[in-house]
Design a protein around this ligand. Structure first.
Ligand code: PA5
Length: 490
């Protein structure tokens, strides 16, 4: 299989000058620190208990038992054969990976055209927003008997997916009758949470209803595509073993100790230098492929939730040598590069103006796809474009965008993906995950929690009257209400 390549040339001062590029001295200065971080990460990854405790179990998901994967593919096929539609409910990490996978690995316009779906059902991803309009339309037009429902929530408590599931469950019950639970699959925490409790209750009534898969311990939502996302891949007929081969290949490359040869470590290292020394705080991911736009959206969550943190990490080691990571409230961080998702060539007529001439605070990552699944040739004669292929123009546009930025001394790098296959896509996701984990080490923060997401949830729970809200949180909300001075409402 052809491997992904990484071109970091335009990150260096040789290409873009010393005011904005990384110099050899910058690399030499950071390397001792980076080697310590790499050693620390390696130690955690090698220790199963530490991996689970600290949220790094996702690193080994590609090693899942082949027989279990074969069973999963079989179940996927059965669901695909029986149903015309799959509604999947989930948000954040329980949604973005599915959307990214569907757009990358299923044919474009998959839902619209039956021959493209082959024997697979249409997919509808819901429960990722409180907007009532979309779900309403869906439930009005789909037939419950022809629809399979997957609810994904690690906690089982997330408002968006919980609310949507309540509605979809009632719709299914009404349309299918007593055995509606056989059309539901729940992916949630292996032991705890309200969704797991519901699974247990429903299975007691009917053992064939509410089939369930676990989101494994130590696998956080945004790192869970190779766990919670597998059944979707199986239903869509994607070869999971091929995907895992790609992940394994990238795992091997990203396990190299030599930081300068390790693509994920280099990616994180160069971005960290540019962030610390050149104030490049915006990270724009711009795949030159429409099918990878949602992968860029997935990456936004990965980077934002993993690296945008208030406090540094305090490492405590217990008597057995096991680490615990706590927020060090005495050491304010309040940083983290801000990710933005874009797409070439669409956004060359949008954000690109700002990228080239606007505030000089960005690093762009392009994804260049070498071979598209198909190609189109522009008909006619005599025009500049006549006889040219779309893929050649796409490649030229990507090269031109690199040039336009480099000529303005703006840092950028390119991930060269041979093709958007399960093998390469799996490798791509894993690369970003490892790069993010390593950047967390360099920043000395906990990349595997997301305490900042709790603020809005707490406020909603408080206003909804949820029992058990901690007193300090309730006081904080009571004592700091939103100010709505009419003077400023025009
Ligand atoms: O990365 C994460 O852990 C979060 O984004 C969660 O995936 C998201 O909040 C959804 O949570 P849950 O799966 O518990 O519904």
């Amino acid at each position: 299989m052809e491997k992904i390549k990484f071109d970091f040339n335009n990150m260096f001062s040789a290409s873009i000058g010393s005011a904005h590029g990384v110099s050899q001295q910058d690399i030499d200065e950071i390397l001792p620190e980076a080697r310590l971080c790499a050693g620390h990460l390696k130690k955690i990854i090698a220790n199963p208990q530490a991996r689970v405790n600290l949220g790094l179990e996702w690193v080994v998901l590609f090693k899942q038992d082949k027989k279990e994967i074969a069973k999963l593919q079989k179940l996927g096929k059965e669901i695909a054969k029986k149903y015309e539609n799959v509604i999947s409910l989930g948000i954040g990490g329980s949604y973005l990976g599915l959307k990214a996978a569907q757009d990358a690995l299923c044919a474009p316009y998959y839902n619209e055209f039956k021959p493209l779906r082959k024997r697979s059902p249409r997919f509808y991803l819901e429960g990722n927003n409180m907007d009532p309009d979309t779900l309403q339309v869906l439930l009005k037009h789909l037939l419950p008997k022809k629809t399979f429902v997957i609810i994904i929530s690690k906690s089982g408590e997330t408002t968006e997916s919980k609310a949507a599931f309540a509605l979809v469950e009632a719709w299914l019950k009404k349309g299918v009758g007593k055995r509606y639970g056989r059309q539901i699959l729940a992916i949630t925490d292996p032991q705890s949470g309200t969704l797991r409790e519901k699974v247990k209750r429903e299975q007691k009534k009917d053992a064939l209803s509410f089939r369930a898969f676990p989101i494994l311990k130590g696998v956080g939502g945004r790192f869970s595509e190779f766990n919670m996302g597998l059944i979707h891949l199986a239903i869509a007929g994607v070869n999971i073993q091929e995907l895992f081969s790609g992940v394994k290949e990238m795992f091997d490359r990203c396990s190299q100790d030599d930081i300068l040869k390790n693509p994920a470590y280099m990616y994180a290292l160069l971005h960290t230098i540019l962030y610390r020394k050149k104030a490049k705080s915006l990270a724009i991911l711009m795949p030159f492929s429409q099918t990878l736009k949602s992968t860029a959206d997935w990456y936004v969550q990965l980077l934002a939730e993993s690296l945008g943190k208030k406090y540094h990490r305090k490492i405590e080691v217990d008597n057995d040598g096991v680490e615990n990571w706590l927020a060090d409230e005495g050491s304010l961080f309040s940083k983290g590069r801000t990710p933005i998702s874009a797409a070439g060539t669409n956004d060359l007529h949008s954000i690109q103006q700002n990228n080239v001439e606007g505030e000089d605070n960005k690093v762009l990552t392009f994804i260049r796809v070498e071979h598209f699944r198909t190609d189109l040739k522009i008909p006619g004669k005599g025009d500049l474009l006549s006889g040219k292929s779309f893929s050649a123009l796409m490649h030229l546009a990507q090269e031109a965008t690199e040039w336009a930025l480099a000529s303005e001394n703006r840092p950028n790098c390119t991930i060269i993906m041979p093709r958007v296959s399960a093998y390469n896509w799996g490798a791509l996701l894993f690369f970003f995950e490892m790069a993010t984990a390593f950047e967390g080490e360099l920043l000395n923060i906990n990349a595997f929690d997301q305490p900042g997401v709790e603020g809005y949830k707490n406020y909603m729970y408080y206003k909804l009257g949820k029992p058990g809200i901690a007193q300090d949180i309730a006081n904080e909300i009571k004592n700091h209400p939103l100010i709505k001075d009419p003077k400023y409402i025009l």
